[in-house]
Design a protein around this ligand. Structure first.
Ligand code: CAA
Length: 379
């Protein structure tokens, strides 16, 4: 067992940290306030290889392992969780499944541009009445000759407005329940595909969350990924990996807030000494550091299992459950360490606290992670 990062991992961490500090930090408060998508920043993330980190280099990807991806997600999330969720969805909810299960024609057509951030992707599973209960898909895709007719509504779709390629989960045979669900590649601009309004959110306000409406959208048969009926397994497997990305995001939000609180506690004086010299603050810092380290170990373990080709569904659910809880705890405490300054935008921790909450909700709520973990234990 080896707990040290390799030189490659350290280089990824340094590059992501440098990018986050120089390109994401300037303007992050304004983008949050104005709910502005980090368009230019995402383009640069693509140029630097962050949008397709694990993709095979033959499709313009970085050919890196999942640990590298988790490390980069942590560093970028320390500063801008709106940019990192865009990165996470593109890497693990869109590119992973396209590369693993797509046909060669689908891979060649879509992956190179997605992997370089020239275009971005979205993953469309949630519906107005199918969130945690993901088997209850109402969106339908009816076969009609050489194409399907897609009808339905998707909700809470990250990258919804800015994506060019959408992986859409839909029922092709409702009589078969979740075994009648399939997955399709849908392109922006196709007739009948309408992008709904952008959601006005508590946190990750720069990220681009929309509902999507499909009315008699013609989807060519060659845009189905895998066989009919494969869609639910595709979605679950995709989310197993996606949850490593969100766990790393939660870890980064927590670590970012902790670093700010630590620095502030050394500068701010009260009762004649820096507040870091008061035990009340020291205990907070100790709890934060311990929780973050534990979350990091769970994230790395899940990523490592994936890289070893072993089952990681259980580990990724544990990592997401715990890291998102840590993100909430640590960001609340970071605001507390800052006192009144923590409650204003300028000091960043209030944003991180708002951003933390979503990590307990998307890509499976904490309650869903407990279902996945409990089923793994009892199987
Ligand atoms: N990995 C692989 N397969 C899985 C799985 C997993 N984690 N969980 C379930 N499955 C398989 C089961 O083995 C079963 O397959 P078989 O029928 O072949 O045996 C099938 O899926 C159905 O499973 P269940 O009978 O367990 O179904 P269920 O309805 O009782 O519960 C659930 C399934 C785990 C609760 C699932 O619905 C779930 O994960 N829900 C949460 C969905 C979710 O994470 N949504 C997030 C939306 S995406 C998002 O947020 C993206 C974004 O934009 C940021």
């Amino acid at each position: 067992m080896n707990f040290q990062l390799t030189e490659e991992h350290q280089a990824v961490r340094d590059a992501a940290r440098e990018f986050a500090q120089s390109e994401l930090l300037p303007g992050v408060i304004e983008r949050d306030t104005e709910a502005k998508f980090p368009y230019e920043q995402v383009k640069k993330m693509g140029e630097l290889g962050f949008m397709g980190m694990m993709v095979d280099p033959k499709y313009n990807g970085g050919g890196m392992d999942t640990i590298s991806y988790a490390i980069a997600m942590e560093e970028i999330s320390k500063v801008d969780a709106s940019a990192s969720v865009c990165m996470s969805v593109n890497n693990s909810l869109v590119l992973w499944g396209l590369e693993k299960y797509g046909t060669e024609a689908q891979r060649e057509k879509y992956i190179p541009k997605l992997a370089t951030g020239e275009i971005i992707g979205a993953f469309c599973l949630s519906e107005p009445e199918a969130g945690s209960d993901a088997t209850s898909q109402r969106t339908t895709a009816e076969l009609n000759g050489d194409h399907y007719i897609l009808n339905g509504t998707k909700n809470w779709i990250t990258n919804g407005g800015n994506a060019s390629v959408y992986l859409v989960i839909a029922q092709t045979d409702p009589s078969k329940g979740h075994k009648g669900i399939s997955v399709f590649i849908v392109e922006k601009g196709w007739d009948g595909f309408v992008i709904g309004k952008k959601e006005d959110k508590l946190g990750i306000r720069g990220s681009d969350t929309h509902s999507l409406m499909f009315t008699d959208v013609k989807v060519p048969v060659e845009n189905r990924i895998g066989e009919e009926g494969f869609g639910f397994t595709f979605a679950m497997e995709t989310l197993n990996g996606g949850r490593i990305g969100i766990a790393a995001q939660a870890l980064g939000i927590a670590a970012g807030a902790y670093e700010l609180a630590l620095a502030y506690s050394k500068e701010r004086k009260a009762f004649g000494k820096p507040i870091s010299q008061h035990q009340a603050i020291q205990f907070k810092l100790a709890d934060m550091a311990t929780q973050i380290e534990a979350a990091r170990l769970l994230v790395y373990k899940a990523a490592w299992l994936k890289d070893q080709g072993e089952d990681y569904a259980h580990a990724s659910a544990m990592a997401k459950l715990y890291a998102s809880e840590v993100a909430m705890n640590v960001t609340v405490e970071a605001v507390q360490v800052h006192g009144g300054y923590g409650y204003v935008k300028e000091y960043h921790v209030e944003r991180l606290m708002r951003d933390a909450k979503i990590t307990q909700i998307y890509e499976g709520t904490s309650e869903i992670q407990k279902i996945v973990i409990a089923r793994g234990i009892l199987r």
